[in-house]
Ligand binder design. Structure first.
Ligand code: SF4
Length: 362
């Protein structure tokens, strides 16, 4: 399968934990950015049409109605429209009824809303610019148009307790979304949150993720990836393609792609990205073609994320049989017939598993 990812790097303001490539106060560059996206797409003309599209950020809903319409027109015109799945990320402060209408008529099939917490105090502490009430309004508005909605939550936020996390989870469940993502907070260096000295205890983190697993499973959601839960039939096809090492085109600043065996990443800066594309160059930060052990290791790392597991190929066993044995002994992975998958413990210590397969090749 082939996917298309488009990165929209604009945000109203920068959240204190954020190390994604996103910029506040750069909205005046959006028109030029959208033009650059179209030009960048022309560099990948010979590649077949994607079946899934994911417009993420940043905050795609930060764009104006006219800009969203232009973006969707470009995607449909260039890639044939009528995609199996077409996701658009929104933040509560910038969704409007009019934007939702444009998204619906532009072929978007799935909306992903960044809530993160239902507690206003917790939202404030991480610099989110919306509150729970704004989220609720946005969700109700989105429901009028979309029957496939994801809500994002974060575990281990400053001042979050097991009770407050459970309360957020239960409130989200009451809204009956089709998909819920629960990310464990990563305190990344160089973020204001890191500089504030915030840290959490591993035990607390694991407890929260276990609460998410128990609560969401009891509510009928299936965990199909470390951070992702869905009702039957609502797993994200776009993300599954990543975990199956499928191909995808990435457009935009900081977007990554994997096409014809080449993995690439684009420049992070908006102006640098626009300028490279205007000069007729692919706006690359890097490109590489993985082969042999590095390629196989990356495939394993991705395949472990998809919790149903995978049957190791001869190539995987040739390079990594000892690592599989070691992880089996540590009970971080398990065998189900000839399928290997993360164990219940491995889901919480997935990085320990992943670094076996990708670390030596960085
Ligand atoms: S809204 Fe998302 S991308 Fe934008 S600053 Fe906050 S966390 Fe980062």
């Amino acid at each position: 399968m082939l996917g298309l990812y488009i990165h929209i790097p604009f945000c109203k303001s920068k959240c204190s934990y954020c190390d994604f490539v996103s910029y506040a106060g750069c909205g005046e560059l959006a028109d030029d950015y959208l033009k650059a996206l179209q030009k960048e797409a022309s560099f990948y003309k010979k590649i077949p049409f994607p079946q899934t599209v994911y417009i993420g950020g940043g905050t795609p809903s930060f764009l104006s109605c006219t800009q969203i319409k232009q973006l969707l027109d470009f995607v449909n015109r260039t890639y044939g429209g009528n995609f199996k799945e077409f996701t658009f990320e929104c933040n509560p402060e910038s969704i409007t009824g009019e934007k939702l209408k444009i998204l619906k008529s532009g072929g978007v099939k799935r909306i992903s809303i960044g809530l993160q917490s239902f507690k206003d105090e917790e939202l404030k502490l991480i610099g989110r610019v919306h509150n729970a009430e704004q989220f609720l309004k946005a969700y109700i508005a989105a429901r009028k148009y979309f029957d496939n909605i994801n809500i994002d939550l974060i575990a281990a936020l400053p001042q979050q307790t097991k009770d407050s996390f459970l309360e957020s989870l239960n409130k989200v469940i009451t809204l009956k979304p089709e998909h819920i993502s629960v990310y464990g907070l990563q305190v990344e260096e160089n973020t204001p949150l890191y500089k504030s000295g915030y840290a959490y205890d591993d035990g607390f983190y694991v407890d929260l993720l276990e609460i998410a697993y128990q609560t969401l499973t009891a509510a009928g959601f299936k965990q199909y990836e470390i951070s992702n839960y869905a009702l039957a039939g609502f797993e994200s096809l776009h993300n599954i393609n990543y975990w199956q090492s499928g191909q995808y085109i990435g457009l935009g600043a900081a977007a990554g792609g994997f096409v014809n065996g080449e993995r690439y990443g684009n420049l992070n800066g908006i102006k640098e990205y626009i300028s490279a594309v205007r000069q007729g160059r692919r706006p690359l930060e890097f490109k590489e073609t993985l082969t042999g052990k590095a390629k196989t290791g990356e495939e394993i790392m991705l395949a472990f994320r998809y919790l149903k597991g995978f049957k190791p190929t001869a190539e995987m066993l040739k390079f990594f049989e000892n690592d599989f044995d070691e992880l089996l002994k540590k009970e971080l992975i398990e065998k189900d017939g000839n399928i290997l998958k993360l164990s219940a413990k491995g889901k919480y210590f997935a990085n320990e598993v992943f670094c076996k397969f990708v670390e030596p090749f960085k």
